[in-house]
Design a protein around this ligand. Structure first.
Ligand SMILES: [Mn+2]
Length: 326
């Protein structure tokens, strides 16, 4: 933390980024850290590979979180003293921002909670016991003696709430509640954050969700639940691929299910596989086998080709895992 604090002190211009299809954790961290660095009098730019989803726009009322456009932003990116990479330690999932950061040999500060053995940042703040990157960013701002405004508190609360599934998942620790407690004291109203994130869904998303519930299949004696969504199905309901965020968690509510798997055909023709475990089976090793990664009980991989090419193989691996054969 001390080294990051030094970089904050000596840098003048900073760029912040997070992974492709940014989630509540990445966006919450960006919003909070951007506000903190601005407080310090720094110039801050936030560049992501995708626009801010509508349910997270409350985190960015002034529209400072930008979709990276190489023509307009490349020069600005090259001018920063540090790029702060949040909630991810993987070049591929940074897309063009990652490519330009690497090619421009920019100094990188990586703040993350995903398990990772590669040295990724010039400076890395990695804590795999943290429920979310938001927890680490909270501790960092506190360490830097920053002042938490209510909107910064709200942003970090969003990080923790979304990554813990509203304080339900196995990554929810005493520290998650301790930090949430501090954030609530700083002005967060939990029910309002929850409403912003989860109770403003589009009709298309809910119709797609109904389709998902009707199309869950079970294998391995009911211990594995899975479903797939083609790009066409998603479009037919008037939904978009990012609407599938959170769907993968759901089949675990069925009694007896240990692992749930979601296969989504993306617009690009690639397949996104999301794996979720109830906590008795570590599934990121399976994701790693296919070139992906993630947490012990929540992992994923992005594959070339359509879901049909992988469903059989992945279910076979998971079945073997359940039976204790791997
Ligand atoms: Mn996260």
């Amino acid at each position: 933390m001390q080294r990051v604090r030094e970089c904050f002190a000596k840098g003048r211009r900073f760029a912040l980024t997070t992974h492709v299809n940014p989630d509540g954790d990445g966006l919450g961290c960006e919003a909070a850290l951007a506000a903190f660095l601005s407080q310090m009098g720094k110039e801050v730019f936030v560049f992501n590979s995708n626009p801010v989803p509508s349910n997270y726009q409350f985190l960015d009322p002034d529209g400072k979180i930008l979709e990276y456009d190489r023509d307009r932003h490349h020069e600005i990116l090259l001018s920063v003293d540090f790029v702060i990479i949040l909630d991810i330690s993987d070049w591929y999932r940074l897309r063009q921002v990652g490519i330009d950061t690497r090619e421009g040999r920019l100094k990188r500060i990586c703040i993350d909670h995903h398990p990772n053995d590669k040295a990724f940042g010039d400076i890395t703040l990695l804590d795999t016991t943290a429920s979310s990157t938001g927890e680490i960013v909270y501790q960092l701002i506190e360490y830097c003696e920053g002042e938490f405004t209510s909107s910064m508190a709200e942003a970090l609360y969003t990080s923790i709430m979304t990554d813990t599934g509203s304080f339900r998942f196995s990554n929810t620790k005493a520290n998650s509640f301790a930090i949430a407690n501090e954030l609530v004291k700083k002005g967060v109203r939990p029910h309002l954050v929850y409403q912003q994130v989860y109770e403003r869904q589009t009709r298309g998303k809910i119709k797609l969700f109904a389709y998902v519930l009707n199309n869950i299949s079970f294998v391995a004696g009911g211990k594995i639940a899975w479903f797939k969504l083609s790009h066409k199905t998603i479009a037919d309901f008037g939904a978009v691929a990012s609407d599938t965020e959170g769907f993968a968690d759901y089949p675990r509510v069925v009694e007896g299910v240990e692992i749930s798997v979601m296969f989504v055909e993306m617009e690009s023709g690639r397949t996104k596989v999301s794996l979720r475990s109830k906590g008795n089976h570590v599934i990121n090793k399976i994701a790693q086998k296919f070139g992906g990664g993630g947490h012990a009980y929540a992992a994923g991989v992005l594959l070339d080709g359509n879901p049909e090419e992988y469903i059989g193989e992945i279910l076979k691996e998971l079945t073997a895992l359940i039976r204790g054969e791997t």
